[in-house]
Design a protein around this ligand. Structure first.
Ligand code: NDP
Length: 296
């Protein structure tokens, strides 16, 4: 058997086209959505992520407000900026790029963002609402994973889902989304015993570990949907290469469907950020959302 490769670039392109239409609709109603992105310091990976987010939001027709602050910025100055952005009428979404410098309490900063503008979905109110099954802005990477899973199978009822990784930004919110879809969900982590056997039970297997090619082909149930969230830079033949948390070659012969790295979950994360910004703009401005909520 050879897995269907789930093309995240094509899925994101499709979503961007829908989002562009939604933005035009909002612009016509005089409600152009605005996204404020805050970058503190000059971490090279964060700078690349922020540049891509800003570029994509401008391409989609959003107003983009980029706040680039030196690494020495104090916590109180960042909190003051968040308060200004919370109050700004033309800002619908606020994203503070993580990680923040060590002298800044990231949880405090996240909690200071107006939950209605929390397009990263990290605010405790949004996290809580998600787990209550109530309306929430949902973290972008898990939302992107769900859209990719549903692109190959619409009804997930009764399926066994295993997520390897229990982070607040990927594993835990994704578990909530899969529960909503009536999956039986297992969250595995570094203390899980006999991880290969746990993975082999999964009809849907998600790897969010941060270890290159960690999940082997023989850990995968034949026909499973495999979502690889990992982004790992490795050196091969003297060149830098980007690989996921799944051994793609090994998984490809066993899985039913599989996301590649790069070109899988990554592009969907940015598309979902824009989607959340449009959703937030509609809610704040009392406009009905032109987007179908693929995660609900
Ligand atoms: P974290 O480091 O926050 O979490 C990693 C998780 O993996 C932890 O729960 C950890 O367990 C678990 N883990 C580590 N080692 C093992 C092991 N040997 N066996 C089982 N579980 C293990 O990572 P993130 O969730 O932030 O990110 C995961 C990966 O996804 C990274 O590669 C990251 O770069 C990528 N990523 C990609 C995004 C995208 O847009 N494509 C967005 C966000 C992340 P424990 O809790 O016990 O320590």
């Amino acid at each position: 058997m050879s897995a269907v490769v789930i093309d995240g670039v094509a899925a994101a392109r499709q979503l961007h086209a829908v989002l562009r239409g939604a933005v035009l609709d909002l612009v016509e109603r005089g409600a152009t959505p605005g996204l404020a992105v805050v970058l503190v310091g000059d971490d090279p990976a964060s700078s690349v992520y922020v540049r891509n987010k800003v570029r994509r939001s401008v391409e989609a027709g959003l107003r983009s407000f980029h706040h680039r602050l030196p690494a020495s910025t104090s916590e109180s100055d960042i909190l003051a900026l968040i308060l200004r952005l919370n109050a700004a009428e033309d800002v619908d979404g606020i994203l503070v790029q993580l990680p923040l410098p060590s002298h800044i309490d990231a949880q405090k900063v996240t909690a200071a963002i107006d939950p209605a503008k929390d397009v990263d979905g990290f605010h405790p109110i949004n996290v809580g609402n998600l787990s209550l099954g109530a309306s929430a802005l949902v973290a972008c990477t898990p939302l992107g994973c769900m859209l990719l899973i549903k692109s190959v199978r619409t009804d997930l009822t009764g399926l066994s889902a295993v997520i390897v990784g229990r982070s607040n930004i990927v594993g835990k919110p994704l578990a909530q989304l899969l529960l909503r879809e009536n999956c039986t969900v297992t969250i595995a982590h570094s203390k899980t015993e006999d991880l290969p056997s746990v993975c082999r039970r999964a009809d849907i297997l998600v790897a969010a570990v941060g270890r290159a090619r960690f999940v082997r082909g023989d850990w995968i149930k034949p026909g499973a949907i495999v979502i690889d969230v990992g982004i790992n830079r490795i050196e091969r033949d003297g060149n830098q290469q980007l690989v996921g948390d799944v051994d793609f070659e090994g998984a490809h012969t066993v899985a039913g469907a599989l996301t590649p790295v790069p070109g899988g979950v990554g592009p969907m994360t940015i598309a979902c950020l824009l989607r959340n910004t449009i959703e937030a703009a509609c809610r704040r401005r009392g406009v009905s959302s032109p987007l179908a909520n693929g995660a609900d």
